[in-house]
Design a protein around this ligand. Structure first.
Ligand code: HEC
Length: 166
């Protein structure tokens, strides 16, 4: 029993040493500024502004869920209603002071998504063709993906996100 305990204790101490060495080596390695893993352009927003933007994003996703749920049932009225709730006529939750911090390209891409929702609603009503709607949704998703590939949101006081992003 006793030797086994000693062995265990020794290996525990050994582990502590390794961890200790790793911790000691850590700061030395990271003292040079490491490039961030996420290289997308940062939009620097206040915490509350980030919350509003992300909330809108989650609304986009929720509406897409409603649309894809309605499509197999060919419930085009529901498709139109859901799409319109995210269209360009929908209440804009993002205050102008926040919008002013967003780069032009971001606004163009975001506007493109709202316009796509407008078109999806109009065509769902006038054509009532689920396959057509699916292809419109796929096209719109390219805009979602395009923007996600370019930007990330950082929380900070810096209001010059525009110049940083360029
Ligand atoms: C104009 C740019 C832009 C467009 C267009 C856009 N997004 Fe986003 N989205 C972002 C940014 C920026 C983030 C935050 C990414 C980060 O910080 O990692 C985000 C985050 C999200 C998130 C995560 C939300 C959370 O709570 O963390 C979801 C979900 C999302 N977007 C869905 C969508 C969908 C669906 C569409 C298209 C219908 C879309 N987005 C279009 C810029 C955009």
């Amino acid at each position: 029993m006793k030797p086994r305990h000693q062995k265990l204790a020794a290996s525990f101490v050994g582990t502590l040493c390794v961890v200790g060495m790793a911790l000691a080596a850590g700061p030395a390695k990271t003292s040079k500024p490491q490039p961030a893993a996420d290289q997308r352009a940062p939009l620097v927003l206040l915490d509350a502004e980030r919350h509003l933007v992300l909330e809108e994003m989650r609304n986009f996703l929720a509406v897409l869920q409603t649309i894809t749920d309605a499509l197999p049932r060919e419930d085009m009225k529901e498709v139109a209603r859901a799409a319109r709730s995210m269209g360009s006529g929908a209440a804009n939750e993002i205050p102008p002071v926040t919008v002013a911090k967003l780069p032009e390209e971001f606004k163009v891409l975001a506007g493109g998504v709202h316009t796509s929702f407008d078109l999806i609603a109009l065509d769902a009503e006038s054509l009532g063709d689920p396959k057509h709607t699916v292809s419109q949704v796929a096209e719109m998703l390219q805009k979602c993906n395009a923007c996600h590939g370019i930007y990330q949101i950082k929380v900070g006081k810096d209001v010059r996100a525009k110049s940083k992003a360029n």
